[in-house]
Design a protein around this ligand. Sequence first.
Ligand SMILES: *[C@@H]1O[C@H](CO)[C@@H](O)[C@H](O)[C@H]1NC(C)=O
Length: 333
Amino acid sequence: MDIVLLLIVAASGLCAVSSTAGRQYHFIYDLKNMTEAQSYCREHYTDLATTDNMDDVNTLNNMADLSQMVYSEYSHRAWIGLYNDVDSWRWSLSDRSFYGLGETEFRKWYPGRPGNVYDRPCTIINTDGLWYDYNCKKQYKSVCMDVRGPNVTFVPNNNLMTWTEAQSYCREHHTDLATVRNMAENQKVSELVPSGQDIWIGLYRDPWKWSDGSTSSFRYWRPMEPNGPNELCVAADFSHSGRWEDWNCDQKRAFICYRQLTTKQVIKLSVLKDSSLDLNDPAVVEQVSKQIKQRLKDQGVNEDIKLSWRKQSDGKIFHKDEKETEKRKKREL
Ligand SMILES: *[C@@H]1O[C@H](CO)[C@@H](O)[C@H](O)[C@H]1NC(C)=O
């Protein structure tokens, strides 16, 4: 199929493609709590706003109409899409086949835990076999496990490590950080906890994350933020340059949605082809698609590219250009 490649490089039309795909923000000044705001944005736009960088922050600062964000207290705030996901607890070992019915959901929290606190997305266990949600950056001993067929052996790791370091250590030297699937295993693990101490187990959850699933790590907190227990949602404060604060998700506020813009462009493609190639063969069309996408990428089009072919009334994509064929014949004569 190398022949097609060479000929498409010579084809005209591709250079006309330009991309303006991106995010278009919309301030909504109706007051809603975070969940209502999220539903509204998903219904009418793409989602609650994600901000990737200072350009996005500046765009929002320029758009914000402070006179429409006057509340009885804490005016000028609007929800963005960042929140702390306290419903995402799961085990470091995710292989479903390791778990029997209901065993992924086994929990032995200390009363009142987990406590809906933004910086406690990891779990320690004490000598009584009770669990606490905790700050993953603290250093503790941990318990790993070796899984061999149906047999599970718990192995203490007495090095002081953050939760993430302990996870890497257990994955390197054993199977993973310990999973606790039932009371019997909880008993075994609690027996490994040194007296008066707490140690990491494999239960964790997502900390701050974007409503639209974006992986952007950009953060623009006000100084001293985030700071509150039970403040799991994020509002930008437009009386302080659009910097962020954590708030109780039930507060009613203005909010910011975005719409993902896509550009649609129709390109007419002419291909000079070797007479042995059938351009209506699906395998050839597939190859041509790949090459066009590659060329667009080479030209710096970074967005997701979806390519579809427009079929003519006879169901075929490519047509022989009779005029061109005539011209060429004349030239050759
Ligand atoms: C699991 O443990 C049993 C009993 O100790 C042993 O006979 C068996 O070989 C072990 N299986 C694996 C896969 O290690």
